[in-house]
Design a protein around this ligand. Sequence first.
Ligand SMILES: Nc1ncnc2c1ncn2[C@@H]1O[C@H](COP(=O)(O)OP(=O)(O)OP(=O)(O)O)[C@@H](O)[C@H]1O
Ligand SMILES: N[C@@H](CCO)C(=O)O
Length: 322
Amino acid sequence: MAVYTHVSAEALTAFLARYDVGELVSAKGIAEGVENSNYLVDTTKGRFILTLYEKRVAAGDLPYFLALLDHLAAKGLPVPPAIKDRHGVAIQELAGRPACLIAFLPGVSLSEPTPVQAGAAGKALAALHRAVADFEGDRANSMGIASWRPLLERCGRSLDSIAPGLHDDLSSALDLVEARWPHDAIGSCAIHADLFPDNVLMLGDTVGGLIDFYFASTDLRLYDLAIAHAAWSFDATGHAHEAAVGDALIAGYADGGSLTAEEGRAFPILAVGACIRFTLSRAWDWLNTPHDALVTRKDPLAFWRRLRVYDPDLASRLKTLA
Ligand SMILES: Nc1ncnc2c1ncn2[C@@H]1O[C@H](COP(=O)(O)OP(=O)(O)OP(=O)(O)O)[C@@H](O)[C@H]1O
Ligand SMILES: N[C@@H](CCO)C(=O)O
């Protein structure tokens, strides 16, 4: 998280009065994350997360996200439902933004997951995909493949201020991904689409919570696994690939088995797509983050470098990676 929108103690007290959650004791902005504004809120009755939805989350999509969370919680997955106020309303407005009060889940986000922990996360992702088999909600992926070219063009030549040649290199990589993307050749379902280690709260080697469903959408199941693989199995710089962590994540997902031959063939291009998606969203943020926001921008090149593992041949032909 981050804090883009500031909430006064008075406004928060009035907001909490709509709920049966006790009275405000303290509220602290959470510096982690980049997408939404988040506060850790303690009341006389417990601990909560207050989220104010920013830039990439459209208010009209919130009913989909909350329905998905309710569906997953009802199936026993450790996801945090939004709290309803005394009138049964979960989606509110606060400080001019859409806002929800969310159940706090215990656990810590890992920065250096072990293979055992990655295996547990892979298992949890598979459980999520099984649990949505009867979920009827549908949402096009607003950060999916169709959005990458327009985002590249919106970033424009400013990308070259991050690394000389980055605009054209991203464009070349995108040409390849657009030509080879499997589209309907493999299964789709509701996916998390952002299952980074910071969105999995771990209790030792056990998954205690899956959070941050605000990119959830209907897309390729295996693309979700490719995103998680790219997020979990590299160090923070994107230089070092922890292959054992990635292998354990996939084995956990497949529950000890392996992907089908068709899935195995599709995986690298989906992972290259994941690299492009997060390079682009980070690059946009790098170039456009407001100066007064409490947020640590994430390095776009850390994601870009992962391409060297997923498509070494392509990487060797790109100025920014060769
Ligand atoms: N339900 C929850 N229970 C406990 N902690 C939470 C919960 N939701 C969020 N957090 C804490 O807040 C931090 C930021 O949350 P989150 O990842 O949802 O923010 P974001 O801005 O959407 O981030 P991202 O950059 O991953 O998209 C998490 O890393 C976690 O520490
Ligand atoms: N998890 C993403 C932020 C969501 O777009 C990142 O680390 O870039």
